[in-house]
Write a protein that binds this ligand. Sequence first.
Ligand code: 26M
Length: 824
Amino acid sequence: AWLKHQTSPFKDKDGFEREVVRHVETTLARSLYNCDESAAYAACALAFRDRLILEWNRTQQRQTFADSKRVYYLSLEFLMGRALDNAMLNVGQKDLAKAGLAELGFRIEDVIQQEHDAALGNGGLGRLAACFLDSLASLNYPAWGYGLRYRYGIFKQEIIDGYQVEVPDYWLDFNPWEFPRHDVTVDIQFYGHVVKSTDESGKTVCRWEGGETVKAVAYDVPIPGYDTPTTNNLRLWSSKAASGEFDFQKFNSGDYESSVADQQRAETISAVLYPNDNLDRGKELRLKQQYFWVAASLYDIVRRFKKSKRPWKEFPDKVAIQLNDTHPTLAIVELQRILVDLEGLEWDEAWNIVVNTFGYTNHTVLPEALEKWSVPLIQHLLPRHLQIIYDVNLFFLQSVERQFPNNRDLLREVSIIEESQPKMVRMAHLAIVGSHKVNGVAELHSDLIKTTIFKDFVEIFGPDKFTNVTNGITPRRWLHQANPRLSELIASKTGGKGFLTDLTLLSKLELYVDDKEFRKEWAEIKYANKVRLAKHIKATTGVTVSPSALFDVQVKRIHEYKRQQMNIFGAIHRYLTLKAMTPEERQKQLPRVSIFGGKAAPGYWMAKQIIHLINNVGAVVNNDKDIGDLLKVVFLEDYNVSKAEMIIPASDISEHISTAGTEASGTSNMKFVLNGGLIIGTCDGANIEITREIGENNIFLFGNLAEDVEELRHAHLYGQHTIDADLARVFDEIERGTFGNPQDFAGMVSAVRDHGDYYLVSDDFHSYLETHALVDEAYRDQEQWLTKCITSVARMGFFSSDRCINEYAEGIWNIEPLVVDRDK
Ligand code: 26M
């Protein structure tokens, strides 16, 4: 509705074209006659950027004027992907732009493709933050994101001779979506020491002095909501030397090298995104990034609050801060430091404000991903913060001692400090103690944190502090933008585009599940999406795949717990089975394409081995004349958000096959089903809620349950386990050298066969193969398959990030939308 009432800079196609031409000729200083696709992208992006700025300013003014409570989402990762398509759709002017660009001689798809992904994240956690920003704006919540402006996002992946090669992702060459705010800067202190003194009243005061200073500069990115004028802000901090360009004192005294070195050291802080997904490595630079970002953000938030001249105790009435995992946990300590050391509040009063301000979201139970920082490192980098952490811990342990007297084991278990050599600060414990709510991201995950890693804290704080908010995804990007034809078809049956803001309206599709014409269009759309992907596969890998084969997709970060190794072992098993058949038997088999994609952390040796094996299997299978179209195995290079938008709509079945109890939620599972694909998966993460919503007839579940994992692992370690016979056959073939030098894959094989099979590949392999056989059988009945797909989409309403954000707003943040008068 608002779309009809919007204001300048362009109202119609001609107005849009004028703006594009103006930007080409003036901003870009080019003539229209040598305007290529990249210039057309730049001009189009600038035109839409102008379009966003007005509403962006108005939104900020409106929120300040209304004195609304705001939520600040602190995340080290925002995996935004491309912005132009999203901006055009959210302001409702893509059709107009398409027509305008066509008149200027461009296809809008080609123009959109010119944009570089904003890839400031690793995977699920970063993409979730991006979906949340979209929902917050679309639902008119006053909200800001705070993150780091990395010069290099997640590396680009090239596959060379079957191996992953990492290439730097320099993405800032031309970025029209950010606005440097050179006037919004914060000086951030590191190192130094603490000076204790006594004030007039005899109170002890601490001051943090000395050390070095780095400047944080704000860069703002507008976040437009869908079909609403609300345009929120994402503020990303960039580091630079505090002295400006470089230290002229040093320069003039001849110490040129060290003045340049100072500058480079400062800029290093925001130089690169750490490429670890679900893995923590205690590097000093990473801790510097965390404090730099947290301190700048809090300074900014506190500065805004102080302008209101309200008493400090009202801080939590105006500010909610959500910690996306433990990465920003130092914010808890920093706010306590500001209130006590700088603003002179009493400890208890300050702590009360802190706890009421923060919420903490946990995204993993994997022990190797739980952040710990060594006490000596924090002591060195942030001496005052370490003191505060010790005090927080002391008061916390004292209260535990009062509640549960004489329980030393309990104190040791819940302490924020791990008494190891060296001592470590357990960031999750600090986050729990310093927040009023702790949530997991899917039901099973939230139950697991309450009964395993955080169970003692449930005893101490009571069960109400711990809650579940099942993840969601934005239907704007993951349906409307990624799959425009399906979105249009759905709109035609559900009474317009309302489902994009109320996804439960998808349920109306069930009325049409038997409608012949509708089914035919649905099937045509899926086929067209598969044709598009087949072309991409041909162009990037040289492999020809048939769009009528079953497309079986697993795209996500490569990790042993996600079990891509089980998938490729399954593909090898299929290959061996086909090879053993007579040509007549073979003819009856269902053609399949196994599609993989995903990055391995550069130091994750096993993950890289998995990528190598997938590529080598592809090289053999794809060139085997006996096999032909019956099996193709492809690895798609450099999986990222914009590739996901093409791959997901083309899937028939996707794999979400983590060892039960290890994948906190998963969010691509939701994207695949929303796009009319089915899934094969374990009883893990959000697969469980997906099953509950769409019905167990519409999902292929297999494997052991989370509750059995411990016992199975035990059996492996004590030799009470014989390896699955089909899997042993696969290992034999690898060891015969069929897929290249067996030495290259010895680690993968022995992890399962000889070293305890921690991820239970062998235990689940049989049921995995059986379930794939059921998938084949089901796919042969195309009509029934289609019914399953349509029914599933109709029942996916729950998984909108809008639902998820409303749950956070009500249950954790206590914020309300700032509704806009649409006619103004
Ligand atoms: C640690 C150290 C250095 C660099 C990066 C890290 C790090 C980065 C991400 C550690 C953990 C990280 O994330 C955990 C994570 O990504 N969890 C995923 O969160 C998704 C959104 O909730 C879930 O859907 C996934 O199941 C979960 O794995």
